[in-house]
Design a protein around this ligand. Structure first.
Ligand SMILES: Nc1ncnc2c1ncn2[C@@H]1O[C@H](COP(=O)(O)OP(=O)(O)OP(=O)(O)O)[C@@H](O)[C@H]1O
Length: 265
């Protein structure tokens, strides 16, 4: 159904892996919305369905049933050119392990999504310059991934995810391979771009520090949303929001450290 206030609508989404006795119900009828310009965090225990959810939106896996409506299109029904267009233009994906191509420079990695779509060199250079300045990687554009630190690699990967101006950036544990300082730098950059450019971000994380940059957090368990935390308007300080996240994690984790892990950094 058309709804201009909602960028992404997930309705009764189910994903069952396997069949019969060996089946796993990873998503059990999940419902959630992302509004334009929102920075939405997804938290939850290991195995609760976070990556499955993100990968369904990314069309990397096909849900068993339910709807995923982005810009008025049910993306579970796309195929052929429409599906390629969705993957190439509507979403940007940021992985925990960067997933850069080793034999391409940072610059070539970043513009890869544009060159696939036959952008002119002039347009590509303009977009590259802008995003490289925002992510503070201008000095390393000619370097190969093997010559970069983890923090730099992730900022190159973030540039690649953002350069097409996607309708939504999907980030799966983007700080998971970074130390706390580099995690903070990445989150500050993403938060800046979210606010300044109005980019919408859907981010899965175990990290309360990273989550404290979000405007809203959904906690999921057993494939369903079971709690929501909103950053209060007028703007609640990040420290205060972080404390509330830790508080909820403590309550929901039942004291068990491996239920909802986080890193205080
Ligand atoms: N390809 C697969 N085949 C079978 N089961 C799977 C597959 N991928 C995930 N699962 C199962 O689905 C459930 C949800 O997995 P998912 O990876 O979405 O959880 P998660 O919340 O992202 O976990 P984590 O925080 O550990 O990354 C788990 O029980 C998992 O074992």
């Amino acid at each position: 159904m058309k709804n201009l206030n909602k960028l992404l609508q997930i309705r009764n989404l189910k994903k069952v892996y396997g069949s019969g006795q060996n089946s796993t119900h990873a998503l059990r009828g999940m419902n959630l919305d992302v509004i334009p310009g929102e920075f939405l965090g997804i938290m939850g225990p290991s195995g609760s369905g976070k990556t499955t959810l993100l990968n369904c939106v990314a069309t990397m896996i096909k849900p068993t049933s339910g709807e995923i409506i982005l810009d008025e299109m049910d993306i579970t029904k796309l195929w052929g050119d429409e599906l390629s267009n969705y993957r190439g233009n509507k979403i940007g994906y940021l992985f925990q392990e960067f997933e850069l191509l080793d034999n391409l420079t940072s610059e070539e990695n970043i513009i890869l999504p544009l060159s696939i779509h036959n952008e002119s060199r002039k347009k590509m250079d303009m977009k590259l310059k802008r995003i490289a300045e925002q992510l503070d990687i201008v000095d390393i554009l000619k370097k190969f991934p093997s010559q970069l630190s983890g923090g730099q690699k992730q900022r190159v990967a973030a540039s690649r995810a953002l350069i097409t101006n996607p309708a939504i950036v999907l980030a799966d544990e983007p700080t998971g391979s970074l130390d706390s300082k580099n995690g903070r730098i990445l989150m500050e950059k993403l938060s800046y771009i979210n606010k300044e450019e109005g980019s919408s971000i859907l981010m899965v994380t175990h990290d309360a520090n990273a989550a404290s940059y979000c405007s809203r957090i959904l906690f999921i368990q057993d494939g369903l949303v079971f709690h929501e935390l909103r950053r209060e308007i007028p703007e609640e300080s990040q420290e205060k929001f972080y404390e509330r996240i830790i508080d909820i994690m403590g309550q929901l984790g039942g004291g068990s450290k491996n239920v909802l892990t986080f890193n205080k950094g």
